[in-house]
Design a protein around this ligand. Structure first.
Ligand code: ZN
Length: 227
């Protein structure tokens, strides 16, 4: 699962919880940030094999600290607990339900990975691996990613008040994510090394976080001026 994860970030944001979209963009990929970091450190193991599944080259055969069910629950708890101090530090508004929502956003990653991954997700440690393997079916997996993203963006636009120009920008950003997913799913490429792959993960995910940050700034000054 790739851009489908962001559907949860879009869907989770509301006027009531006021969680910044960029925070939710980190939350829904939190487990992959940990995974990418641990692969870079040589602690978790990844093989990049052309044609490993129809929709992905990643054979993530050892990732107990980022992608086991127990680890996912622990990281979700850590994120939920950490959200309030983060708000205090950044001077953001904090509502009581927000910590829970951030925690659930982190956990959603595991659920969506469970659908896409081949049986490489352990329940705990490196044992009892599960995964429904939708990555073996390229078109349905791609369709699910896009459908999820579409629903998430529609919910985001419906549940949040924003200037028209930002709505347009969100739609353009959604199209951009679809193009990224087309590239990831359909454009053939030679496999990179494990380390280069996870460096790419870090760079792309962080680029999306920065874009989410600026998206929620679009039109806000004009809104203040017109009051
Ligand atoms: Zn993952």
């Amino acid at each position: 699962m790739f851009v489908g994860h962001y559907s949860v970030a879009f869907a989770a944001k509301s006027e009531k919880n006021k969680i910044p979209l960029w925070v939710l963009f980190i939350a829904v990929q939190f487990l992959d940030y940990i995974w990418a970091t641990l692969v870079l450190l040589g602690i978790e193991k990844l093989r990049v094999i052309k044609g490993f599944t129809a929709g992905s080259m990643l054979d993530s055969y050892f990732h107990p600290y980022s992608h086991s069910l127990i680890a996912a629950m622990i990281w979700s708890g850590v994120a939920a607990i950490g959200y309030k101090p983060l708000c205090g530090w950044l001077g953001y508004a904090y509502s009581k339900s927000a910590a829970l929502i951030v925690g659930l956003a982190v956990f959603s990653h595991w659920i969506l990975d469970l659908i896409a991954h081949p049986r490489d997700l352990a329940i705990y440690d490196n044992k009892w691996k599960v995964g429904f393997g939708l990555w073996n079916y390229r078109d349905p997996e791609f369709a699910l990613e896009i459908a999820l993203l579409g629903v998430g963006i529609i919910l985001y636009l419906a549940r949040n008040v924003m200037p028209a120009i930002r709505k347009k920008a969100i739609v353009v950003f959604g199209i951009f994510l679809v193009i990224i997913q087309i590239g990831d799913t359909y454009v053939p490429r030679t496999p990179l090394t494990d380390k280069a792959t996870v460096m790419g993960v870090w760079i792309f995910y962080t680029l999306f976080v920065v874009m989410a940050f600026f998206l929620e700034k679009i039109g806000s000054r004009r809104q203040i001026n017109s009051r």
